[in-house]
Design a binder for this molecule. Structure first.
Ligand code: PMP
Ligand code: GLN
Length: 391
């Protein structure tokens, strides 16, 4: 600490201390509780993909700085993925950028595209790094709250429209949505797209859970709507789709000018990362569709197990249409403070969860909601339910 009274953390980041995920994972380790807080699978992704990483390491591919935009094999695989799944064509050389996870893609996009004083409209609750990155970029976040309606958190399109002002620079969208598990419908996305076109806004859309959708819910990329391809930065990551969250291989796809802008910021953040893993993720992206079907089916069964167990315990349960997470309402248990609930839960029940309030500016709107991750082995989920029932 300096000798002056000025605190070391600058004003832009004041209030962004330790992330809830670090805090809750540390609490899980300290108490030996089952960690249904931080969203990471407790089993690794496909063996063939792991082996591809080992091969790349052994063969000396990616052990030195990879090219700034990402290795050509991975950029080609990302472009092929967008084309195969969504019919969106991107030039691997000018319209794809590999990043250190979706996290860096979010940071670089906001740092590159937001001027100090610009407003960024984001869906609330929002993934925690959005608020911090908007703040680092000197922007102002304008949350639009997803509200419970018929068992899911829904976007009010009038509220979204009203949130856009002359100072709005971009819409920051996330679908499938963390933490609520909401998957925006085609009609909702069409309305978001129309608004973006009408008000000439940029859109940054975080689609890291693009393949984790259940019960026939459909993920439609915002970039696929009329007028959107040229104004949309689409973000995804290998972490969720291939269950390698530790590898931190993410990417953006966007028009050349947007990719160039984001690259300008990205090159001064990490420059490059994850050399050998990039080759492995290129192979992962070429896995047959049956891999994704299997992943979804596995997660759907786990969602059902945890959602049913939580409902039996007495939680109000919002059955998610996508992601790793089920959001619950603790009011049916006679409680209303999710923070206090989550701080006490490891000692009380040996389970860790995350209070949704941390993802809100309007903390009171999120106070009674608590998020549980179901991307864990079945016996772990069963034991968590047993413990919650016994507590
Ligand atoms: N966006 C959302 C919505 C997330 O839930 C996460 C975390 N899983 C990320 C971005 C970060 O992804 P990555 O681990 O690839 O940086
Ligand atoms: N995305 C993960 C979650 O929502 C956490 C990632 C992180 O710890 N930054 O749980």
């Amino acid at each position: 600490m300096t000798s002056s009274a000025r605190p070391p953390l600058n004003r832009r980041l004041a209030g962004f201390g330790t992330t809830i995920f670090a805090e809750m994972s540390a609490l899980a380790v300290r108490t030996g509780a089952i960690n249904l807080g931080q969203g990471f699978p407790d089993t690794d992704g496909p063996e063939a993909v792991r082996e591809a990483a080992v091969r790349a390491l052994r063969d000396g591919r990616g052990n030195q700085y990879p090219p700034g935009p990402g290795v050509p094999e991975l950029r080609a695989a990302i472009a092929a993925h967008q084309e195969r799944h969504y019919g969106l064509e991107y030039d691997p050389d000018t319209e794809v950028l590999v990043t250190a996870g979706a996290t860096e893609a979010i940071a670089a996009s906001l740092l590159a595209l937001v001027e100090p004083g610009d407003e960024v409209v984001a869906l609330e609750p929002y993934y925690d790094s959005y608020a911090a990155c908007v703040a680092m970029a000197g922007g102002t976040r304008v949350p639009v709250t997803l509200r419970p309606h018929e068992g899911a958190f829904r976007l009010d399109l009038d509220e979204l429209r009203d949130a856009v002002t002359d100072r709005t620079r971009l819409l920051l969208i996330n679908t499938p949505h963390n933490p609520t598990g909401t998957v925006l419908t085609r009609a909702e996305l069409a309305a978001v797209a129309e608004l973006a076109v009408e008000r000439d806004l940029l859109v940054v859309t975080d689609e890291v859970y693009e393949h984790l959708v259940f019960d026939g819910a459909e993920h439609v990329p915002l970039a696929s709507f009329p007028g959107m391809r040229e104004r949309t930065v689409t973000i995804s990551s290998a972490g969720k789709t291939y269950s390698f969250t530790g590898w931190k291989v993410g990417w953006i796809t966007a028009a050349p000018a947007l990719v160039a802008a984001v690259r300008s910021a990205k090159q001064y953040l990490t420059y490059v990362s994850a050399g050998p893993f990039q080759y492995a993720v290129a192979e992962a992206l070429a896995l047959p569709e049956s891999y994704l079907t299997g992943l979804r089916e596995d997660l759907r069964a786990k969602r059902d197990l945890l959602a049913a167990g939580l409902a039996e315990v007495g939680f109000g349960v919002f059955r998610p249409a996508g992601t790793y997470f089920v959001t619950t309402d603790i009011r049916p248990l006679g409680l209303d403070d999710g923070f206090a609930f989550c701080r006490a839960l490891p000692e009380r029940a040996g389970v860790v969860a995350v209070p949704n309030a941390v993802f809100y500016d309007h903390r009171e709107a999120g106070a009674p909601f608590v998020r549980f991750a179901f991307c864990k082995r079945t016996p772990v989920l069963e034991e968590a339910v047993r413990r919650l029932k016994a507590a």
